[in-house]
Design a protein around this ligand. Structure first.
Ligand code: NAD
Length: 437
């Protein structure tokens, strides 16, 4: 059932009631459209102390933007040089005068470095940025987001695709998060508006919901898609694949020969982007859960992901420069009543990603990341009981559920060949859900 609460709080009486009762007031989020692909305002760059960067930030205009008089659509704070507790005063000094002027649905991105294992003063200062950003994301309101990017090296060239994503309307439902970059040299891409041009992507569970949105956004970004879903998905699968000029692949991902059948369906037997999105729930408290429900969820959501990834990597079917994006969930981070099976499987995805990422990069030139959606408006969450559904929608900093396209945009960012510095990450797309925060 559609979320009517934001419409209600957008009316005069709704606004009045929400204010009087202290209820959340979700702001409409600005999302990507072909007519308005950018945030539509200046990006302001500030530095706390002396920057540790060795060059200009790609895609971030220099300081002058702040003098245009427009409200900033985004603020980037370079805090890479903050290495002491005293230095944190510069963070306050840089953002305190600006924060109120950031436009609605604007972006705040803080750049830091990895907390050091050898210098506990630097580690304290850099870790402090995480608490700072997560708090700012909670208080900023108006559809604004705040995120922290930890650079893997002082050369900012590897930040390009991450800044492009976080400083755009494509990251509408990503807030209060930390993205850690490796220092890897980016694989690059010709045209940032079509970064997946000439690439092939396979999306599992693509007939509907989040998977259909992922396929659509990957096609927008230039990819050719193969849309996989269970044979029973029939019409939905044919419709989605037809609309996107993709190849439908009716196949149960748990089939023992799934990897072979996937390779047979791929043009040239190879792909660049592998999106594991297919997933099911069979919710029951453990005491009431039959072994079959446990097994089904673990098999579809975890074992099939492990098996097909292994088989496709081993066969060399994922081209160098490509990426695997799996789908975790905030349930796999925070746990959830009635979801021991689902949360176990989704936590397993996180384990898979963190362990495989460095080896897949070294041996195959492939990145491995995950998205961890929060409450996303789909058929899966429409089946959740009303009160729990309402809690899921409101208990996040943006006070609303996300849309399938929000997960799709995050997936496309991770699949971007310019994102090779993003590896082993679990990116929450949850509006900064209080669950597992
Ligand atoms: P959905 O139920 O709308 O779609 C899932 C798709 O996966 C369906 O088309 C289904 O037919 C397909 N599928 C299921 N089993 C399959 C199998 N064995 N082989 C091939 N395809 C199979 O769900 P959704 O809400 O779009 O969720 C997509 C993914 O996102 C899932 O992994 C889910 O766990 C995850 N997720 C969703 C939310 C949310 O709020 N909706 C939150 C966190 C994580």
């Amino acid at each position: 059932m559609a979320d009517r609460y934001p419409t209600f709080t957008g009316t005069g009486p709704g606004r009045f009631l929400a204010r009087r009762l202290g209820l959340p007031r979700p702001a409409p989020l600005r999302r990507w459209t072909p007519d308005a692909p950018d945030l539509g305002g200046p990006v302001v760059l500030r530095t706390a102390g002396v920057s540790a960067l060795t060059g200009p930030l790609p895609g971030v205009p220099a300081q002058e933007a702040s003098r245009s008089g427009d409200r900033p659509a985004a603020v980037v704070l370079d805090a890479t040089g903050v290495a002491t507790a005293a230095g944190l005063a510069e963070v306050h000094a840089a953002l305190h005068p600006l924060v109120r002027s950031v436009a609605e649905s604007g972006r705040i991105v803080v750049l830091g470095t990895r907390p050091s294992a050898d210098d506990h003063h630097q580690a304290a200062a850099q870790q402090a940025l995480e608490g700072f950003v997560r708090s700012l994301a909670k208080e900023t309101g108006g559809g604004r987001t705040a995120n922290l990017v930890r650079l893997g090296s002082p050369d900012p060239a590897h930040t390009g695709s991450t800044l492009r994503f976080l400083l755009s309307s494509r990251s509408a439902y990503v807030s209060g998060q930390v993205v850690e970059l490796t220092g890897a040299v980016p694989g690059g891409s010709g045209d940032p508006s079509r970064p997946l041009a000439g690439r092939t992507a396979l999306v599992t569970g693509a007939a509907r919901g989040i998977g259909a949105a992922v396929a659509e956004v990957l096609v927008r970004d230039g990819a050719q898609v193969v849309c996989l879903d269970v044979p029973g998905a029939g019409d939905d699968l044919a419709r989605t694949a037809g609309r996107l000029r993709g190849t439908p692949l009716p196949l149960d991902i748990t089939a023992p020969d799934a990897a072979e059948r996937i390779m047979a369906a791929l043009p040239g037997g190879e792909l660049d982007v592998l999106v594991h999105n297919a997933g099911i729930t069979r919710d029951r408290r453990l005491a009431n859960m039959p072994a079959e429900s446990w097994a089904q969820v673990l098999t579809v959501n975890l074992a099939a992901v492990l098996d097909t990834t292994d088989a496709l990597l081993k066969a060399g079917a994922v081209r160098r420069g490509g990426g695997v994006v799996a789908t975790a969930s905030i349930a796999g981070i925070a746990g959830n009543t009635g979801q021991t099976n689902y949360a176990a499987a989704k936590a397993g995805i996180i384990g898979l990603v963190r362990s495989l990422a460095p080896r897949a990069a070294a041996e195959h030139g492939v990145t491995v990341n995950a998205v961890a959606p929060g409450f996303i408006e789909t058929r899966m969450t429409a089946a959740v009981p009303l009160l729990i559904r309402e809690a899921g929608r409101r208990m996040n900093s943006l006070a609303q559920g996300g849309l399938p396209v929000d997960v799709a945009e995050a997936t496309a960012y991770l699949a971007d060949p310019a994102s090779t510095a993003v590896n082993g990450q679990v990116l929450r797309v949850c509006g900064q859900s209080l669950l597992g925060a």
